[in-house]
Design a protein around this ligand. Structure first.
Ligand SMILES: [Fe+2]
Length: 352
């Protein structure tokens, strides 16, 4: 078997592949690692046949939908998953065949209603049901400590003690554990009575994961994260450096519209010399009146260089084939010491 563990912060994902057929399965892919999964698969000469999410993640951005499309591979989740982009929905006991590999789905609700563990040969992928020295939390949407108790004590922990455990999260850099080691040492598993376990889970006072609402929104709907939206826009517009723009202003270039897309008060408080104002929120409404020539060269700018990227992408969609975005925003321009108009008032003049 070809086996690789990938880490993105505390998130773990896995590729397992059959050596003879070169078929592979990818488990719990995270959006920032897409190129690494594809690079690994191509380097190993394996083809990803299934993309699995062990549950609806609330704490990271799943790449399953994008990868499923790219690879023409079905996105696999539990039958109860709320997302519309699951192509293959599993029930407890269903098996995936990946060349000579066999992955058996165990429905293990508790962390979420749609949580799955996948047992394969000597190992089990436990998602967030069982972590190294921990368990998934049960206080997020569709979590249930009673269900987690049953999933752990009546199902998962009944696997042979030597079974290797590969979780979806690990924060201390360990690669895996075993069922036996967790039964012996995992603090959350020492309360083997249902009532005591449920009480312990209910008393955990955990902070909400970062990006909770955005992760749930995107993972449940298949919609994009803001970072993805920006990355997609960045991939299809060229940029202009601050130094290049400064040189062009100095050279009195007339063939360049500097389009400041911030709100009006920010524009009036200080802008790149010669910049024209057209707020991002007004762009489509006023573009015909403001920019009658679609062949004009445009550089968009905003405060941080993000909204201006979206604006340049929109302008390209509208036919302005020479729209580019400033690499950095007005803030970076100011911090680099380039000229601002109107000039900041001198200290003495500010009192009036
Ligand atoms: Fe989770």
């Amino acid at each position: 078997m070809i086996f690789e563990q990938f880490a993105a912060g505390g998130c773990r994902s896995y590729i397992a592949a059959c050596e003879s057929s070169r078929a592979a399965v990818l488990i719990d892919p995270e959006i920032s690692l897409v190129d690494r999964y594809l690079g690994f698969a191509s380097q190993q000469g394996v083809h990803i046949r299934y993309v699995v999410d062990t549950h609806t993640h609330a704490d990271h951005f799943s790449a399953s939908r994008d990868l499923g499309r790219m690879l023409s591979a079905p996105v696999v989740m539990h039958r109860l998953s709320p997302t519309p982009h699951a192509d293959l929905r599993l029930d407890d006991g269903d098996m995936l065949i990946v060349g000579e590999l066999r992955l058996k789905a165990l429905h293990t609700p508790g962390h979420t209603r749609d949580s799955l563990c996948l047992a394969m040969d000597d190992r089990v992928f436990t998602g967030d049901t069982l972590l190294i020295g921990g368990t998934g939390r049960t206080d997020l949407p569709s979590g249930d400590p009673h269900a987690l108790y049953e999933s752990l004590f009546e199902k998962l922990l009944k696997l042979p003690a030597e079974t290797l455990v590969f979780p979806a999260h690990e924060y201390k850099g360990r690669s895996h554990t075993t069922i036996g080691a967790e039964i012996a040492d995992n603090p959350r598993l020492q309360k083997a009575e249902r009532a005591a376990f449920v009480e312990m889970m209910e008393q955990l006072d955990l902070a909400a994961p970062t990006h909770l609402t955005e992760a749930l929104r995107t993972n449940m709907t298949g919609g994009k994260s803001v970072t993805q939206l920006l990355a997609e826009a960045s991939a299809r517009v060229p940029f202009m450096s601050l130094a290049e723009l400064n040189a062009r202003i100095g050279g009195n270039s007339r063939d360049l519209v500097i389009l400041d897309v911030r709100e009006k008060d920010a524009f009036e408080a200080g802008r790149i010399p010669g910049a024209r104002h057209l707020a991002r929120g007004q762009l489509e409404l006023r573009v015909n009146a403001e920019l009658p020539d679609p062949t004009v060269r445009i550089v968009t700018c905003c405060e941080f260089g993000k909204i201006s990227t979206l604006a340049a992408a929109t302008l390209r969609d509208l036919g302005f084939g020479r729209a580019v975005a400033l690499d950095g925003g007005v803030r970076a321009w100011r911090e680099a010491g380039y000229a601002i108009e109107p000039p900041a008032p001198a200290d003495g003049a500010r009192a009036v």
